[in-house]
Write a protein that binds this ligand. Structure first.
Ligand code: CMP
Length: 225
C-alpha cells in the first residue's frame, strides 16, 4: 500500500492508515545523488522535507570559509521546519551524504496537518527538543574538550543518528568521510585519521570499507561521552 512508506517516519508513528493515505497524496517525492545540495542557506523556504532514504549533513560556512557540520540526519528524519515556523530564510545548507530520497510537503499542507493531528505536532516538538539538547552538548563539547574528545563525541553522535545497535555493538554502515567528521568536530582530516587509527589499535572500533563498528558502545560512551 502506498501509505506504508510513511509508516516508518517517526513523525507519523501514531497516525492511522487512512490518514497516512491522505498525507501521501500531499507529498511529492524527489531523489538526490550524493553531494547534491538540497537546501541552501539564505534561500527562501516554504517546504518541509522528510528523508525517506539516505542521509544528509546540515552545514554552515564559517567566516574563513570552512564547512561546519551542525548535524547529520538519517532515514525518517525531517528538515526544513525552521523556515516554515519563523518565516525566515533557510538557516543552513542541507547536502546529501549518499544517494537519498525525500518527500516534500508544502507549508500550508504541513501546518494544516499539525492543526488537525496534534500527535504529529507533539512528535515534532519531541524531535526539536532532542535537537536542542544535542546542540547544547555540541556547544559544551566544542568549548571544553580537546580535538580527540571532540572527534570521539562526533562518533557518538553519528552512532546515535545513523548507527544500528546489535549485541552491544553499534554499526555505522555508511560512515561519512573523514573530512566530514573533521568538520563536525572542528578539527583537521589528519587528526581524524590519526584518532581513528589509535581507536582501532586499542580495539575500541573496527573498520571495513565505509563500515565502522564500535566494539563495545557502553564502554566507548563511558570513556568519551
Ligand atoms: P530550515 O532553516 O528551514 O532549513 C535548514 C534546516 O536544517 C532547518 O530548517 C532544520 O531543519 C535543519 N537544521 C538547522 N540547524 C540544525 C541543527 N542544529 N540540528 C539539526 N537540524 C538543523
Amino acid at each position: 500500500m502506498k501509505e506504508n512508506v510513511l509508516k516508518n517516519i517517526p513523525l507519523f508513528a501514531d497516525i492511522k492508515d487512512e490518514i497516512l493515505e491522505k498525507i501521501f497524496d500531499l507529498v511529492q517525492k524527489r531523489v538526490y545523488k550524493r553531494n547534491n545540495i538540497i537546501l541552501m542557506e539564505e534561500d527562501a523556504g516554504d517546504t518541509l522535507f522528510i528523508l525517506s532514504k539516505g542521509s544528509v549533513k546540515i552545514t554552515r560556512l564559517s567566516d574563513d570559509g570552512r564547512e561546519v557540520i551542525l548535524s547529520i540526519l538519517g532515514d525518517g528524519d525531517f528538515f526544513g521546519e525552521m523556515s516554515i515556523f519563523d518565516g525566515e530564510s533557510r538557516s543552513a545548507n542541507v547536502i546529501a551524504l549518499e544517494d537519498s530520497e525525500v518527500f516534500i510537503l508544502k507549508r500550508g499542507d504541513f501546518l494544516d496537518l499539525l492543526e488537525k493531528h496534534p500527535k504529529i505536532a507533539i512528535a515534532l516538538l519531541q524531535e526539536m527538543a532532542v535537537r536542542l539538547r544535542r546542540s547544547d552538548q555540541q556547544i559544551e563539547g566544542l568549548s571544553l574538550s580537546d580535538a580527540e574528545n571532540r572527534i570521539a563525541m562526533s562518533i557518538i553522535r553519528l552512532a546515535e543518528d545513523l548507527g544500528v545497535i546489535k549485541m552491544g555493538q553499534v554499526i555505522i554502515n555508511n560512515l561519512p568521510f573523514q573530512q566530514d567528521i573533521a568538520n563536525m568536530a572542528g578539527t583537521s582530516r589528519e587528526t581524524v585519521s590519526r584518532m581513528l587509527n589509535a581507536l582501532e589499535r586499542k580495539g575500541l572500533i573496527q573498520r571495513k570499507g565505509r563500515k565502522l563498528i564500535i566494539t563495545n558502545y557502553d564502554e566507548f560512551v563511558r570513556e568519551f561521552g
